[in-house]
Design a protein around this ligand. Structure first.
Ligand code: NAX
Ligand code: K
Length: 499
């Protein structure tokens, strides 16, 4: 599990650590780690052309000290200074090692230097950056991103908000980000994550000073530890029965995909509740599912004895009868996943009393919106949700008192009082109709097997993203392809389970 801490927490921890170590020790540790990473990216350090982009703060200081180490190994190192001041100690060290410092004036010579470099090191701003990049930092960030050389960002790519991953204007696009002491949330959440490239952590001894993380990014081994292992003693009921309230006459496919997502992730049984037309379609595709053709508003099949969890919403409709059905489900004693039309019902006219039910219900509840649905739930602009995904998922989790999985380029999971989760898997190929229905079924299956909502969401999002990568070897995929690849993803993760 990779952990990330916010800037204020990092600052606090650094203050505590600095009081215990000799002056300058942390920057020397950071620079040594940075230089080693840079050296590893160059075929040969001796004779390599390295350009440092340096701002006026300690982030520039890290770059200058690392540049000095590379220069002392024979690299030709030039620093382009974005402002009038640069870190003095770092500048002295670089000059002493034979490097040069040039003011950046936007001239052709500096552009040529950047385009001729073998490696560009972005030390413009780190965790001290505030708001969108000012000039000339912004111009340098654009030049660096367009340069053919590899780009290494120091601590965070300049222009990326370290806490949120927000990118307000130009930002450096790095191949590698070398971060210090702990990861920063913005490195794991898009749009920041996409700018960070490969993220490497340099240990500067901060660990003992750090409290619990603000965000975690699970690895395959963490998912393996969560994944329910079917036991020899289990029957279909003990393995978990999932109730699915998805699909409607006009949207039958949503039901087929949701039920398929559950079956292909592993579940004891699926009880499908819905009308004859959609039920026929579901059973036609998945004869192993059990159709319940009773009145969908009836709550008799929502007792914990009959289902261990319920998924409601994909393709279900937003008529008053659907609101009644959602109310009955939320009134039940079982964990519930609300998706798609169910989320619209929480937002719409009946949303007041229905969303109040979320706070009141004792069992686990999970909402799985995409950015548009979350923007409507919170009554904010979609672009704001996409710019600051963590903040909005956390706000919804607090408001509704339940777990929230925000789907998208980085899927994030928020749960009141627990670290946020950034899902590491997935591909842009997932942006296609029906993949959300598969996700709700997959996560529902994990809830039915007994995983709490936050863990089921973490595990399900990981498997869903892996399935997308495994399906069709990188060729475009449809939601049905995901169904075929889900068992491969489950098997891959299960192989990593500690024995
Ligand atoms: N504090 C510590 O113990 C350590 C800090 N380290 C480094 O120090 C960095 C933090 O250093 P600082 O606190 O000096 O802050 P930074 O160097 O990240 O940023 C401050 C500088 O950036 C400018 N700036 C801020 N926002 C800007 C914007 N939007 N556009 C243009 N310029 C902007 C400020 O005017 C100032 O010159 C870390 O990211 C890390 O790289 C490391 O050396 C490890 C140890
Ligand atoms: K930087």
């Amino acid at each position: 599990m990779h952990s990330a801490h916010t800037v204020s927490v990092v600052r606090e921890a650094e203050r505590a650590l600095m009081a215990r170590v000799p002056e300058g020790a942390l920057m020397r540790r950071a620079a040594a780690g940075l230089a080693a990473e840079c050296a590893g990216l160059l075929p040969r350090v001796y004779g390599a052309g390295v350009v440092l982009l340096v701002g006026g703060g300690d982030n520039g200081g890290d770059a200058l000290y690392a540049g000095a180490l590379l220069a002392s190994r024979g690299a030709s190192v030039r620093a382009l200074a974005a402002g009038r001041t640069v870190h003095e100690g770092g500048a002295d060290a670089l000059r002493a090692a034979g490097g040069r410092i040039l003011p950046f004036a936007g001239g052709a010579a500096e552009e040529a230097a950047l385009f001729d470099a073998d490696l560009v090191v972005d030390g413009l701003v780190g965790i001290g950056g505030r708001g969108g990049l000012r000039e000339p930092h912004a111009a340098l960030a654009v030049l660096a991103s367009n340069a053919p050389a590899r780009v290494v960002a120091v601590d965070v790519p300049s222009g990326v908000d370290a806490d949120t991953g927000e990118v307000a204007g130009p930002a450096v696009r790095a191949d590698t980000t070398v971060t210090f002491g702990t990861h920063k949330p913005g490195l794991f959440v898009d749009p920041g994550a996409e700018r960070a490239g490969r993220v490497r952590l340099v240990d500067i001894g901060l660990g003992p000073e750090l409290p619990g993380p603000a965000l975690v990014r699970p690895q395959a081994v963490d998912i393996a530890a969560l994944l329910p292992a079917p036991g020899a003693e289990q029957d279909k009921y003990r393995r978990g029965v999932l109730g699915v309230r998805a699909g409607s006459d006009p949207y039958r496919g949503a039901a087929v995909l949701c039920v398929g997502g559950a079956l292909r992730t592993g579940v004891g049984m699926v009880r499908f509740g819905g009308g004859r037309g959609v039920a026929d379609q579901v059973i036609g595709r998945w004869p192993e599912a059990v159709a319940d053709l009773r009145d969908p508003q009836s709550s008799t099949d929502l007792s914990p004895g009959r289902v261990a969890a319920v998924v409601i919403g994909p393709g279900r409709g937003t008529h008053p009868a659907n609101a009644d059905e959602l109310r009955a489900v939320l009134d039940s004693e079982v964990p519930v996943l609300v998706d798609a039309d169910g989320l619209t019902l929480l937002t719409g006219g009946g949303g007041g009393p229905l969303s109040a039910l979320l706070r009141e219900r004792a069992p686990q509840t999970l909402l799985t919106p995409h950015a548009g649905e979350l923007s409507r739930l919170l009554d904010v602009d979609r672009v704001d949700v996409e710019a600051r995904r963590l903040e909005h998922a956390a706000r919804a989790a607090d408001r509704f008192g339940c777990t929230v999985l925000l789907k998208g380029s980085t899927t994030v999971i928020a749960h009141p009082g627990a670290p946020a989760v950034a899902n590491p898997t997935g591909t842009p190929l997932l942006a296609t109709a029906g993949t959300g229905d598969v996700l709700s079924g997959a996560v529902g299956a994990l809830m039915a097997s007994g995983l709490p909502a936050r863990e089921a969401a973490t595990c399900g999002a990981y498997l869903h993203g892996r399935a997308a990568s495994l399906a069709r070897g990188g060729a475009p995929i449809s939601a049905s392809d995901l169904l075929d690849a889900l068992p491969l993803a489950v098997a891959e993760v299960a192989r990593g389970r500690a024995v």
